[in-house]
Design a protein around this ligand. Sequence first.
Ligand SMILES: [Fe+2]
Ligand SMILES: [Fe+2]
Length: 164
Amino acid sequence: MTSKKMVEALNKQVQAELYSSYLYLSMAAYSDRKNWKGFANWMRVQAAEENEHAMKIFDYLLEIGEKVTLLAIEKPPTDFGTPKEMMSAVLEHEQKVTAMIHKLYELAIAEKDYRSQIMLQWFVTEQIEEEAQVQEILDKIEQVGEKSTAVWWIDKELKKRGKD
Ligand SMILES: [Fe+2]
Ligand SMILES: [Fe+2]
């Protein structure tokens, strides 16, 4: 059985994943405004992925016959500074999400909710990849510095995401 507490927490995670999508969509708009087309593309792909994450939990809740309650999604910021500042904000956000997933997993263990544990394992693994991916971009920015030619090169690299 899935407890009321667990259903509530899973609904909150749907909200968090949708907020992530919203945040990255706002970063996509910001990047486009700055004409960082590669960052804009990367953020769009990221936003779509976060939407898929929300739908994974959404579908899980329905599959086990529990109620999906969509909660209000907060308005994300509209300005994100330099590419380095923006990617740092992404990393920070992903670390927050990782902590949320771990808390959910702990709850599933405490409640002996085996099916939720299995469903959440995918997210535990996914968060490792998400953080590593963002860290890699941040490291690249760090290594080349924030000179316009260097950022131009990284921007060009990020244009490829979702297109191979
Ligand atoms: Fe996510
Ligand atoms: Fe994420």
